[in-house]
Ligand binder design. Structure first.
Ligand code: NAD
Length: 310
């Protein structure tokens, strides 16, 4: 292998590796802790990161002056210090759209799973309580009101599916109004944050993590929500205050919570939401499908290779 050093912090699908091998010398890091990244990034012209680990000013400096590009295999790039990269002349590329469908499907899996009490039904069945089939009554998603916070790629895909597949009424909140044709296609109406929370039986978070969204769903926001609401967070853990969610569930002020992301990942043992019958949790796996992984690998590799070629 020859050419510029391309450091992968995590593995990726062959669809991306193939493109990277044509562009340089591809090496796998032996870990994603700051010490390992800092040591192994030395001399790299490109570094590619998935979920787990950070690219901050210290990593950028450890890489040295040859670093040209940081690639994010995924969509949220909150773990990359973009300002620090830009000020050092390092480009940042990521994979918008590559996992939109996978995440949108995850949201519906959680809506339906919680509506039909999947966590509780599974544990009752395991205990031999077959009567759960009649003692626990579920509900249909169809025809209900959906609130989408963050109406970008994923939020819009969720809206389309909600409308076409489930005939839901869709409200959205976003700092930017969607173009008219998108509102027509998705049938979604823009509303205030407050109105979305007050009206919706399903609320789903699709904002990036930044200072405007950190802690966006905390005690005050939860207090606005309907007691029969199901809240799903596939965006970033710190967007939702987990302790406040546990409190709302305990008090019967929320029907259920679904999350693919956590304030701290992985969540510590004894986390207040793990193991609850009214909560459905997955380990940041919403984008981990054959299609999502292939799309993310191919897209990040193509864009990193393009920067290396100049
Ligand atoms: P996107 O950039 O297309 O959409 C984000 C939307 O949020 C934009 O329309 C933006 O205007 C809006 N927004 C930003 N700040 C806001 C605020 N304060 N209030 C209301 N709206 C606000 O991104 P996307 O592809 O839809 O992904 C959304 C987020 O989901 C990503 O940033 C990422 O953190 C997360 N994500 C998670 C997974 C996963 O594996 N669980 C996978 C993909 C993306």
């Amino acid at each position: 292998p020859s050419g510029p050093l391309i450091l992968l912090i995590h593995p990726m699908k062959e669809a991306g590796l193939r493109l990277l091998r044509e562009a340089g010398d591809v090496r796998m890091a032996t870990g994603n802790d700051p010490g390992t990244i800092g040591r192994e990034v030395r001399g790299a012209q490109a570094v590619i990161i998935r979920t787990g680990g950070k690219i901050d000013a210290a990593v950028l400096d450890a890489a040295g002056k040859g670093l040209k590009v940081v690639g994010r295999h995924g969509v949220g790039y909150d773990q990359i210090d973009v300002a620090a990269a830009t000020s050092r002349g390092v480009q940042v590329v990521y994979t918008p759209g590559a996992n939109t469908q996978s995440v949108a499907e995850h949201v519906f899996a959680m809506f339906i799973g919680l509506s039909k009490h999947f966590p509780r039904m599974t544990s009752e069945l395991a205990k031999g309580n077959y009567d759960a089939r009649t003692s626990l009554v579920g509900r249909e998603v169809a025809g209900r009101t959906l609130g989408i916070i963050g109406f970008g790629r994923i939020g819009r895909r969720v809206a389309e599916t909600a409308r076409l597949g489930f005939g839901m009424s869709v409200l959205y909140n976003d700092i930017v109004p969607a173009p008219h044709d998108v509102e027509v296609r998705t049938g979604a109406r823009r509303a205030s944050f407050r109105e979305v929370l007050e009206a919706s039986e399903y609320v789903t978070m699709h904002v990036p993590l930044d200072p405007s969204t950190r802690g966006m769903i905390a005690r005050d926001a939860l207090a606005l929500m309907r007691p029969d609401a199901i809240l799903v967070n596939t965006s970033r853990g710190p967007v939702v205050d987990e302790a406040a969610v546990a409190e709302a569930l305990d008090a019967g002020r929320l029907w259920g919570y679904g999350a693919d992301v956590f304030a701290v990942e992985p969540p510590p043992q004894g986390h207040p939401l793990i193991g609850r019958p009214d909560v459905l949790l997955t380990p940041h796996s919403a984008a981990q499908t054959e299609e999502g992984l292939t799309n993310m690998a191919a897209m990040v590799a193509r864009d990193v290779a393009a920067v290396l070629r100049g």
